[in-house]
Every structure is written in structure tokens, then in C-alpha cells.
Design a binder for this molecule. Structure first.
Ligand code: HEC
Length: 320
């Protein structure tokens, strides 16, 4: 009977010690930043103009922003999370006062409790806890833009799938036997992607009608290099969730684009190698959700592409 109690005690003990280590990690903004801002930042901050003279951060080291503290000085990093002994930022505060590198070289040195806090903060992982400080000069994160684009894409398709009933298997099967390839955009989601890549030349305007029983589900459609013409675009105008349409190297002209004016969910439109010109692009001006339009090797001019991009905020147009 004593064993469970014993285990329980160990458990309680380890829990208690975990809680103390957790609460022992100093919080940057509350405990570390006040030290740095009072004793270091005067000499280690973003370049300032004082009395008409530029004052650069000493040793190129800025301690006024989280990213800058992590970046370090002109000689490299000064902070190694979880390793106070390997962190110059801490070491310089502990040197003998007559050492050339003792910090701060002027003003009050760090008190023993302040040094202990700095050491504990570094050894606990140097977590800034959401504090960013001065982000001026911080290099843009190349991944941030891509991540935002992916998020935006996901949000869009999730919203597009709202309230859509999945297509019945026999309806999908029928479209397939008629020559279309049909895929689920995502497993367990009702939206579909369709193409005719197994027989592009046999896909003509009449053939597009096999898509109509799936009109509520089709979100992406690849008609590249097929035999569709302007007349077929009328059928596409009946797909309320069409978000991505590839018409590259087809006979589509300006007249065909007018039928797409009702495709209010359209985000991506590929017109590469078609006869489309600036006049036809005007039919797209009200498609405010457009993100990408491809116009290489068309009759569209750079001026026409610019006008289209100006009509739709956030649209990127590739031309020539
Ligand atoms: C009065 C100005 C001043 C203050 C205040 C000051 N520093 Fe410095 N700091 C300097 C100068 C000048 C250097 C360059 C010294 C050298 O290279 O000889 C330097 C260099 C450093 C370096 C070395 C950078 C490298 O890689 O070469 C570190 C780390 C540093 N300081 C940290 C601090 C910390 C932490 C504080 C606050 C406790 C602080 N400094 C306060 C002027 C200052």
C-alpha cells in the first residue's frame, strides 16, 4: 500500500520543482529590460542624431530591440540562449572593473542581483516573451510573406467550401467517363478540381457542359491547350465557385472574357498564349478577388496590365 503513496510523493515533488524553475525564469520585459534600458541602451541603441551629430551604437551593438540583441555586434552574436557562460553580453558585466571591456564603462555597474537576473534569464533560454522593442532596421522576414500568402489561400478556400454539399459519386463518375479528370481539392472537403489533360484536343465547348452537374463544387479548372473557344466561356460563367482558371494556349479572345465578369470568386486566371488584348481585360475590372493574372504572349500591353492591376488592389499581373 505504500508504493502508490511513494509515487505520488515523487510526482508532487517533481511537479513542485518544475513550478519553481518555471517561475524562476525572469521575465524579460519586467526584469531584464529595465536593467538594459537604464545601464546599457544609452550607448547601444539605434543610430540617433544628437546635436546634429550622428551617434552610432557602440561596437555596432544595439540592445534596444529583441532582434538586435539576438543579432549581436559588428563582431557577431553576444547572446547564446541557455548558455550564460558563453554569452559575451553577460560576461562583460562580470569582468574586473579595470578591464577594457567591462560594461558599462561609465555609470553604475550592474548590482549582484541584476547580474543574477541576467544570468538566470539567459540560462532559462533568453525568452523575450513577446517583447519586440525597437524594430527599426529589422530585416524583413522572407518567410513571413510566404506564410501570410499560404494563410490567405487557406482562409479563402475554407470560406469557399462553406455550405457546399459534396458531389454524388455517380455524378463525378459520369463526368470522368465523359473525359474529365476530377479530383477533390482536399480530402473531406467538397470542392473539386477538374481538367482534361488526358485528352486536351477532344475537349471543346460542348464538352464543357459535362461540368454543369458539378457546378457548385468546381473551384479549379484547367483547360490549357484544349479546343475551347469564347462560346465555351458562357458555360464557365455558370460555375459560382470558380477560383482558379487556366486557359493557356487556347483560342480565347476578348469576347470570351466578358462571360467571366460574373465569376466573382476568381483568384487566378492564366491567359498565357491567348489572343486576349487590353480591351478584353476591362471585363475583369470588377473581379475584386483576383490575385494573379498571367498574360505572357498575349496581345495585352504593359499599359493594359498596369491599368488592370490598378483596378484591383492586391492583384499581380505578369505580362510579356
Ligand atoms: C558609456 C557607453 C556604454 C555603455 C553605457 C555600455 N556600453 Fe557596451 N560598449 C561600449 C563601447 C565603447 C564598446 C566597445 C568597446 C571596445 O570594443 O573596446 C562596447 C562593447 C560592448 C560589447 C562587446 C561587443 C562586441 O562584440 O565587441 C558588449 C557585449 C557590450 N558592450 C554590452 C554592454 C552591456 C550589457 C551594457 C550594459 C550593462 C553596456 N554594454 C553598456 C560602450 C558602452
Amino acid at each position: 500500500m505504500s508504493r502508490p503513496v511513494f509515487h505520488l510523493t515523487i510526482f508532487a515533488l517533481s511537479l513542485a520543482s518544475q513550478v519553481t524553475t518555471l517561475s524562476a525564469a525572469p521575465q524579460f520585459e519586467k526584469e531584464i529590460w529595465p536593467i538594459l534600458s537604464k545601464k546599457c541602451v544609452d550607448c547601444h541603441r539605434a543610430t540617433q542624431v544628437v546635436d546634429g551629430r550622428k551617434k552610432e551604437p557602440k561596437a555596432g551593438l544595439r540592445l534596444d530591440g529583441a532582434w538586435a540583441i539576438m543579432k549581436g555586434s559588428e563582431n557577431g552574436p553576444v547572446l547564446k540562449p541557455k548558455d550564460s557562460a558563453g554569452s559575451y553580453l553577460y560576461e562583460v558585466t562580470t569582468l574586473p572593473k579595470d578591464d577594457d571591456m567591462f560594461m558599462p564603462p561609465k555609470g553604475d555597474p550592474l548590482t549582484d542581483p541584476e547580474k543574477a537576473l541576467l544570468k538566470a534569464w539567459i540560462d532559462a533560454g533568453a525568452d523575450f516573451g513577446g517583447w519586440e522593442g525597437n524594430t527599426e532596421g529589422k530585416p524583413a522576414d522572407p518567410n513571413a510573406k510566404e506564410a501570410a500568402r499560404v494563410r490567405d489561400h487557406e482562409t479563402f478556400y475554407t470560406a469557399l467550401a462553406q455550405g457546399v454539399t459534396p458531389a454524388k459519386d455517380d455524378v463525378i463518375a459520369k463526368a470522368k467517363t465523359s473525359g474529365a479528370q476530377i479530383f477533390l481539392l482536399k480530402p473531406d472537403a467538397p470542392l473539386l478540381r477538374a481538367d482534361f489533360l488526358t485528352g486536351v484536343s477532344s475537349c471543346n465547348d460542348a464538352k464543357l457542359e459535362i461540368l454543369l452537374p458539378l457546378k457548385d463544387q468546381i473551384a479549379q479548372l484547367d483547360l490549357g491547350r484544349t479546343a475551347v473557344t469564347d462560346a465555351g466561356m458562357k458555360t464557365l460563367g455558370q460555375l459560382p465557385r470558380l477560383a482558379s482558371l487556366d486557359l493557356r494556349q487556347t483560342k480565347i479572345t476578348d469576347a470570351g472574357l466578358q462571360h467571366l465578369a460574373s465569376a466573382s470568386k476568381l483568384r487566378t486566371l492564366n491567359l498565357y498564349g491567348t489572343e486576349v488584348s487590353d480591351a478584353g481585360l476591362k471585363h475583369l475590372y470588377n473581379l475584386k478577388g483576383l490575385k494573379n493574372v498571367f498574360l505572357w504572349q498575349t496581345k495585352a500591353t504593359e499599359a493594359g496590365a498596369k491599368q488592370l492591376a490598378a483596378a484591383i488592389p492586391g492583384l499581380s499581373v505578369s505580362v510579356k
